[in-house]
Design a protein around this ligand. Structure first.
Ligand code: ASP
Ligand code: MG
Length: 468
């Protein structure tokens, strides 16, 4: 049997009811059964998140919010399903989901504000709506399609709320079997089900992870992400005026890009498929045609030119500086620190140390609680703990970045010429990226300066084709 393609449609494809027509066109052009993973309609997960805040707690408010959500989704049906019987049925499927959501929201607001299980369950409704509706639309267009929710698919997770991962050992067999028939499947992304039958989400943006995991499980022929832009760019087009399109990347480069903030790819979307060598293709939904060509391809290719591909940034890094005169000598300090944070489920993004200081790079959201935990644990030899949160991380991505001595000099001379102060540097940790930390206010200037030096100078072309 032909290997299936996993196709992911995200929030950027789902901004207006009419956008679903583009999805239909894409699905038709595949001209074969595919597995579709879909996100929530644009803004719906944010609305659901807001619903759970303290000020939206009356039954009446919940009713208003549910009416709003019903409205958004019914507009989609109205615009896309012409058959009156089919649209009536889909309206009533949406109504049942709304009724279910309303009653869960009421329970949550009355009794369960701290109930993380209910929070996760509520957040998944955006994906439940879009998958239900997309499936009905495809059937209306005579595409042989079936809707499967993760709980029926057997997509089993590790049970962690808000940030779970798939347990592949427990999921593989059932998921493979369920998706084996020769039809198109529509699956809501963003969540799975624990062994105890609880709904757990993969964290914001987690539908990409669903798609990548399913691609891994069924050994898909490719994992296709549909976006509303021309694939990956050499820098954020909101910052630089004429970025270059990045047509090829290898898995390591793509992971580094996603990790350091490129919004087009979720950091978890590469790891599952890299080990099976499944290519990732990024398409622009505004350029749908019969023989769709990807804007960017990510695969294992080791023979890619060793050039700088992209410059990215993230504002979601903060630093905890642990200082003490003997830190560099004392054995076991780092393990003490990491185990304290591990118990609190705080992820350390990176560590840069010197003899007197350990710098922990964490997500900005975790800085305060991590600081408190480390303070309370009174770690031997640590005399001061400082939190720095006004920083941005700039990362320069390219396979073999260190194999050309000019790279470092070009990157840093661009920064120096712009009079930007570097606060921390990590060079050489991987073959594919170099990153450094600057004041948040210098971020745009830094991206522009490095981009100009690498991609826009007269010798950029020479440099990029000759750098090893
Ligand atoms: N709807 C979820 C979110 O907005 C998951 C996703 O879009 O991937 O985070
Ligand atoms: Mg998304």
């Amino acid at each position: 049997m032909e290997r299936k393609t996993v196709v992911k449609f995200g929030g950027s494809n789902l901004q207006k009811p009419e956008d679903f027509q583009k999805l239909v066109k894409v699905v038709r052009n595949y001209n074969k059964p595919i597995v579709i993973v879909v996100s929530a309609f644009c803004g719906v997960t944010d609305k659901l998140t807001k619903t759970m805040t303290d000020d939206v707690n009356s039954t009446q408010n919940i009713k208003l919010i549910c009416n709003d959500l019903a409205n958004i989704h019914k507009q989609i049906i109205f615009h896309n399903i012409s058959n009156s019987e089919a649209s009536k049925n889909t309206f009533s499927e949406v109504d049942s989901l709304i009724t279910e959501l309303e009653s869960i929201l009421n329970i949550f607001c009355k009794y369960g504000r701290s109930n993380i299980e209910l929070k996760d369950l509520i957040l998944t409704f955006g994906e439940r709506f879009t998958a239900t509706i997309l499936n009905a639309i495809l059937i209306n267009y005579k595409i042989d399609s079936e809707l499967i929710f993760p709980e029926n698919l057997g997509l089993i997770t590790d049970g962690r709320f808000g940030n779970s991962r798939i347990n592949f050992n427990l999921s593989d067999e059932k998921v493979t079997k369920k998706l084996s028939s020769e039809k198109t499947f529509v699956i809501p992304g963003f969540y799975g089900i624990s062994e105890k039958n609880q709904v757990t989400t993969f964290g914001r943006g987690g539908s990409d992870y669903t798609a990548a995991s399913i691609a891994k499980i069924i050994n898909a022929s490719s994992l296709d992400f549909w976006k509303d832009v021309d694939g990956l760019q050499s820098a954020d087009p909101k910052i630089v005026t004429n970025p270059t399109q990045v047509t090829h990347l290898n898995y390591a480069e793509a992971s580094e890009l996603a990790y350091f903030g490129a919004k087009i790819l979720h950091p978890l979307s590469i790891e599952p498929i890299a080990e099976k060598n499944i290519p990732v293709k990024i398409f622009n939904i505004n350029k749908v045609q019969e023989n769709n060509l990807p804007e960017t391809i990510i695969n294992k290719d080791n023979c890619l030119t060793k050039t700088i591909k992209s410059i990215t940034y993230s504002n979601d890094f903060g630093i905890i500086k642990l200082e003490g005169s003997e830190i560099g000598y004392k054995a076991g300090i780092l393990s003490l620190i990491t185990s304290c944070l591990n118990i609190a489920e705080i992820n350390i993004k990176s560590v840069i140390t010197s003899q007197t200081t350990i710098n922990l790079l964490l997500s900005k959201n975790d800085l305060k609680s991590a600081g408190l935990i480390l303070q309370n644990n009174q770690i031997e030899t640590v005399s001061s703990i400082k939190i720095i949160d006004d920083i941005s991380t700039i990362a320069v991505i390219g396979n073999g970045i260190y194999e050309n001595y000019e790279n470092a000099s070009r990157i840093f001379s661009a920064i120096t010429k712009s009079k930007i102060n570097i606060r921390l540097i990590s060079f050489g940790a991987t073959d594919s990226s170099a990153y450094f930390i600057i004041n948040e206010q210098d971020k745009n200037l830094a991206v522009k300066a490095i981009h100009a030096e690498i991609f826009e100078t007269k010798n950029a072309e020479f440099y990029n084709t000759n750098s090893l």
